[in-house]
Write a protein that binds this ligand. Sequence first.
Ligand SMILES: Cc1ncc(COP(=O)(O)O)c(C=O)c1O
Length: 431
Amino acid sequence: MHSFRYVQNQLQCESVPLTSLVKKYGTPLYVYSQETLTDHFTKLDQALSPLEHLICFAMKSNSNLAVINTLANLGSGFDTVSAGEIQRVIAAGGDPRKCVFAGVGKTEEEIAYALSQDIYCFNVESEAELKRISKVALKHKKIAPVAVRVNPNVDAGTHAKITTGTYANKFGIAFEQIEAVYARAARLPNLRLRGLQMHIGSQLTDVKPFRLAVEKVAPLVARLNAKHGFDFFSIGGGLGIVYNPALESGDPQWWKTAPARKILTPETYAKTLVPLLQPLGLKILLEPGRFLTGNAGALLTRVEYIKRTGKKNFVIVDAAMNDLIRPAFYDSYHQIVPLKRSKGAPISSDVVGPICESGDYFAKDRPLPKVGEGDYLALLSAGAYGSVMGSNYNSRSLAAEVLVKGKKSALVRKRQTTADIWANESVANWK
Ligand SMILES: Cc1ncc(COP(=O)(O)O)c(C=O)c1O
């Protein structure tokens, strides 16, 4: 669902008019809807209710403490990729014992920290890492719960930068090698072989690659479980969301209409996968990121200038690629709508930021309602891989973030001050 909608031509998040938020907090501003976060979590959780399961929110998609706290209160676990993320879970009131720890480059310090917090499991990406975890666990007199990440070599059919389940990328261990790796891991001290994990890619809008991957890997899980006594099988994240309602609805007047609902739903996902997973008799872990947070967030920005060249109508806004890098990085589409809806024919526009890169754009040749200096725009579905990928490029401060619940709004990250940007820097003391 989507909690950003027009009420009397004013864009609202839930019951809060967004113009009131830009007046109060300025722009660029991220706004998150607690209602959408809750709705998406609950729908997925319910769809999977025939299985014993744990949703581990992939917090790399959005690690704001308020977002983590909202999901922790719904019972979520967390898919983490650094000691910093585990610390964030704890700071937000989440349970480290519901954290899985993934990533190809875990340091000894990070492993020791995760062990000290009794995390649920390490998702291991290589044999070298298995040996390292065993060594650190031995040193700290701990038993480390581990699951190896299998690379099922299934093409997720998504953008190359977010495909992770083929042999052309750095993740996991090849399907054919997994059983031998487990046999060797079973001989390493202080490890408990707790399960198997996979993740084939992100923003999957078709259930087929998920089905192919589970069909391929489930028999392997059954064999490994028989030998090693597993607790769980993690099928990773990757559930896609609607970014472009025009493509989904085929409606050329999409900018006038409410966002379409056509998408890979939790129901279709569960209906396809539950029958394949149930016979395993194991707990099923999921690691959704984008599905939980993507549609829950919008980036609000102010129009600074309109620049017309012979060929183009540039709408120059105060947000930039340092606030939302997805268009520059992945050629991603974000629906862009004005906070105040007006009548009139759309104008083909390029929406660009102030950074000195031609890649600093949010839309190209996009039919947009006519806007002028001082108007505000919302880039929708910016809740995942948005603010978390923010940077200080061009000495631009990180954006502020607000959480909305019904009629209430709370500032959940202050805008970074300019002095904060260089707070850890100094001038060398030689001449
Ligand atoms: C191992 C793993 N799990 C889960 C996710 C979350 O993916 P998504 O946000 O597409 O659900 C990722 C994303 O990169 C990942 O690498």
